[in-house]
Design a protein around this ligand. Structure first.
Ligand code: AMP
Length: 546
C-alpha cells in the first residue's frame, strides 16, 4: 500500500464554529426565549460564549469524556452548549423533556451525566428528579441572575453568572476525531431507551452530506428555522450544518403553535425549515384559517414519520413551499434518504413527480442501504418487493452505549448492517419508500397492509385532522385494520362516509374494517403518533362481523 500524503486534520465540531466565526462573523442567530423576548446574536459572539462555556464547565470539574446533559428548547444558549461542551471534549447529552420524569431520570442515570443545563420551563421536572440522579453534580438554570428561580429542592447554579465569570480565552483542543461528541437516547417505545453516542467525525461528515444540493441544499443564502427540537437527534444536524455553511439560524423556543411559528417565519425571513408532520399540521391549520401566505419560505424538510401526500400537495401547490421528504433515525444521526429529483425526472408529469416525493427518497452519499427477506437474502430494487431495510455508513450506530451485544447483522460477505426496523421498497432509481414500521404493519391473512397508506387516504379527506391505523384482532384474518380518527374542529363525517372515501384508492381488502372517532391521538415524545398506546387501548376491540 502507498500512503496518501495529505494532512491528518481531525474533523472536530469546534472547527464548525471557528469557521463560522472567521467567515460569517456577522450572520445572526435569533431566538425566542423563555424570558418572553426575541434575542439576537451572531456567530462571532456565539463562538466567544462557547469558549466561555468550555472554561465554565472546566471550572465545574467536568472532564473530557464526561457527559453534560441539557433539558432545553431550541435557542442560542443551547447552541453555545452544543459547541462549548463538545468542543472541549465532553459529550453533550440532549434530554427529551416530553418523556415522563421517571424515564428522564433513568436516562440520566444510564448516561451518568455530571451536570445538567435546563431552561426554566423545566424546573418542575428538575425538582422532581434531582434526588434520583446521583451522578449529577451541578444543576444549571439557563437564565440570568435577575430571573433566577428560588428552589428549596435543588441547589441551582446560574448560567449567565457562570459565563460572566469565565474567560473567553480558550484554545479548542485537538484530539482524535472518533472522540464522543454528543449523545441521544432512542425513543424506546418498547423496553428501556438506548444511548447512541455520536462522534466528532460522524457529526462533521453527516453535516457535510446533509448540506449537499440533493440533500437539504443549505447555503450562506439560507435562513433556517429548525422546528425539530435540538433534543430530537440534534435537530436533525441543523445546528452543525448552519455554521458550516454560514446560514442564519432562527430558534422558536417553546412556542411551537401555528401562529407563533408563522409570525417568526415572516419576521425573520426564514427560507427553510424542518419538522415532523404533526408540527406542520398546526402551522397549516393556522395559515388555512387565516388565509395567509409565506413570503420567504421556499422549502421545508418533513420527516420523522411519513409526510401525508395531502400535506405535501398543500405545501407545494398552494403555498409554493417545496417539501423535502426525508427519512432517518436516532441511530443514523439521523439523515439517511431525501426525496429529490434527478435530471431525468424533469420529463415526468406533475403527478408522477409527486408520486416520487411521497417516497422517502434516495440515500445520501455515505449511507449504504438494502432490503432483505426473512432469510437475509437481498431483495430486488424494483419498487415492488418489500423487506427489512438495513443500512451502514460512517454516521450509523455500531454499538449502543453500555450494551455488550451488537445490534448489527452480518451478511455473507462479513459486512455489518444496522437493521432499521422499517419495512421498505427500493425502486430502480434508488428511491426508498417506507411501507411501515415492522411492528405497525397489519398482517391480514398472510398479506401485509401498510398502516401508512391507510392513514394517508384518511387524512386526504377534508374533515379529518389526524388518523392512525392499527391492527385489531380478527378470528379469521389474524389482524384487520382499525382506523382511529380525529375530526377537524366543527367538521362532520361519519364512519360510512370515510370508508366510502377509500373506494378506488386502495384494494378492497385493505379498506379498514371499522372507524373509531376520538378527541385526540396520543403523541410520543418526538411528536409521532403513539401506536403502542393505541394498540393497548383497543386490544379488546371487537370489529363488526368478527
Ligand atoms: P427516531 O429515531 O425517533 O427519529 O425514529 C426513527 C423512525 O421514524 C424510523 O425508523 C422510521 O420508522 C420513522 N421515520 C422517520 N422518518 C420517516 C419518514 N419520512 N417516513 C416514514 N417513517 C419515518
Amino acid at each position: 500500500m502507498l500512503h496518501g500524503q495529505m494532512m491528518q486534520t481531525p474533523l472536530l465540531i469546534s472547527g464548525l464554529i471557528e469557521h463560522a466565526d472567521r467567515h460569517h462573523p456577522d450572520v445572526e442567530i435569533v431566538s425566542r426565549r423563555v424570558e418572553g423576548d426575541v434575542h439576537r446574536t451572531t456567530y462571532r459572539d456565539l463562538h466567544r460564549r462557547a469558549r466561555q462555556v468550555a472554561n465554565a464547565i472546566g471550572g465545574l470539574g467536568i472532564k473530557p469524556g464526561e457527559r453534560v446533559a441539557t433539558l432545553a428548547w431550541n435557542g442560542y444558549r443551547h447552541l453555545e452548549l452544543y459547541f462549548g461542551v463538545s468542543g472541549s471534549g465532553s459529550a453533550l447529552h440532549t434530554l427529551n423533556p416530553r418523556l415522563i420524569a421517571e424515564q428522564i431520570a433513568w436516562i440520566i442515570n444510564d448516561a451518568e451525566d455530571q451536570a445538567l443545563f435546563f431552561d426554566l420551563t423545566f424546573l418542575p421536572i428538575i425538582e422532581g428528579i434531582a434526588s434520583h440522579c446521583k451522578s449529577v453534580r451541578h444543576w444549571v438554570a439557563m437564565i440570568d441572575k435577575e430571573k433566577m428561580p428560588a428552589s428549596s429542592k435543588v441547589n441551582l447554579l446560574c448560567y449567565e453568572d457562570l459565563l460572566a465569570a469565565a474567560s473567553d480565552h480558550f484554545a479548542w483542543p485537538q484530539f482524535d476525531e472518533n472522540t464522543a461528541s454528543s449523545m441521544c437516547y432512542t425513543s424506546g417505545t418498547t423496553g428501556h431507551p438506548k444511548g447512541v453516542l455520536y462522534s466528532h467525525r460522524s457529526t462533521v461528515l453527516h453535516s457535510m452530506a446533509a448540506a449537499l444540493p440533493d440533500a437539504l441544499n443549505l447555503s450562506a443564502r439560507d435562513c433556517i428555522l429548525p422546528v425539530v427540537p435540538m433534543f430530537h437527534v440534534n435537530a436533525w444536524g441543523l445546528p452543525y450544518v448552519a455554521p458550516m455553511v454560514g446560514a442564519k439560524l432562527v430558534f422558536p423556543g417553546g412556542a411551537l403553535d401555528g401562529k407563533s411559528l408563522f409570525d417568526l417565519f415572516e419576521a425573520e425571513k426564514v427560507t427553510c425549515s424542518a419538522g415532523v408532520p404533526t408540527v406542520w399540521q398546526g402551522l397549516l391549520a393556522h395559515t388555512e384559517a387565516n388565509n395567509l401566505r409565506f413570503s420567504t419560505m421556499r422549502r421545508t424538510v418533513i420527516g420523522g414519520s411519513a409526510c401525508p401526500p395531502s400535506m405535501l400537495r398543500l405545501f407545494q401547490e398552494k403555498y409554493g413551499v417545496q417539501v423535502l421528504h426525508a427519512w432517518g433515525m436516532t441511530e443514523m444521526s439521523p439523515l439517511g434518504t431525501v426525496s429529490t429529483f434527478k435530471g431525468k425526472h424533469d420529463a415526468l408529469s406533475a403527478e408522477q413527480r409527486l408520486a416520487l416525493q411521497y417516497k422517502q427518497g434516495r440515500a445520501i452519499f455515505g449511507v449504504d442501504m438494502k432490503i432483505v427477506d426473512a432469510d437475509g437474502q437481498d431483495l430486488p430494487w424494483d419498487g415492488k418487493a418489500f423487506g427489512d431495510l438495513l443500512v451502514r455508513g460512517p454516521w450509523i450506530v455500531d454499538r449502543y452505549f453500555k450494551q455488550a451485544d451488537s445490534p448489527l447483522r452480518t451478511d455473507a460477505g462479513g459486512q455489518g448492517w444496522f437493521p432499521t426496523g422499517d419495512v421498505a421498497t427500493i425502486d430502480a432509481d434508488g428511491f426508498m419508500q417506507i411501507t411501515d414500521r415492522s411492528k405497525d404493519v397489519i398482517k391480514s391473512g398472510g398479506e401485509w397492509i401498510s398502516s401508512i397508506d391507510i392513514e394517508n387516504v384518511a387524512v386526504s379527506h377534508p374533515a379529518v385532522a389526524m388518523a392512525a391505523c392499527i391492527a385489531a384482532r380478527h378470528p379469521k384474518w389474524d389482524e384487520r385494520p382499525l382506523l382511529v380518527v380525529v375530526r377537524k374542529p366543527n367538521a362532520q363525517i361519519t364512519r360510512e362516509q370515510l370508508l366510502a372515501h377509500y373506494e378506488g384508492k386502495v384494494a378492497r381488502w385493505q379498506v379498514p374494517d371499522d372507524v373509531v372517532f376520538v378527541d385526540a391521538i396520543p403523541l410520543g415524545a418526538t411528536g409521532k403518533m403513539l401506536k403502542t398506546r393505541l394498540r393497548e387501548q383497543f386490544k379488546d376491540y371487537r370489529l363488526p362481523g368478527a
